[in-house]
Design a binder for this molecule. Structure first.
Ligand SMILES: [Zn+2]
Length: 123
């Protein structure tokens, strides 16, 4: 069931790819089984590990150098660098993971990209 809603916008908001009203998540990172507004079935969709890879790239390229720069420029002790930056990195990773899961889920839905199972190949 493809959608005409813009997948990146609905994904960034964590909204349903069909109606754009219901939320994708029932927890912070866990997908709901269906849309609370239009009852679209989310159970077969799964963004897999894709969002995690993007989070690793984004945090590794932008956030970790900030932490290293903080330590080198301010000549901060390692314990202070770790104390400040580990929570920041964890929070940024979790927020990015939620956002990117929503975006990838919406892109999958728009392009009907379902997981290929072994039984699909044998037919
Ligand atoms: Zn919906």
């Amino acid at each position: 069931m493809a959608s005409k809603l813009p997948p990146v916008q609905t994904g960034l908001k964590g909204r349903c790819p069909v109606c754009g009203e219901g939320t994708l998540f029932k927890g912070f990172l866990e997908f709901a089984d269906r849309c609370e507004a239009c009852h679209a079935d989310f159970s077969k969709e799964d963004a897999g590990d894709g969002p995690t890879v993007f989070v690793i790239f984004i945090v590794g390229i932008f956030i970790v150098p900030l932490a290293l720069g903080f330590s080198m420029i301010l000549n901060a002790p390692m314990w202070l660098t770790l104390l400040i930056w580990i929570p920041i990195i964890i929070i940024v990773c979790l927020i990015l993971l939620r956002v990117l899961r929503g975006v990838m889920f919406n892109l999958q839905w728009k392009h009907d990209a379902l997981e290929i199972k072994s039984k699909d190949i044998q037919q």
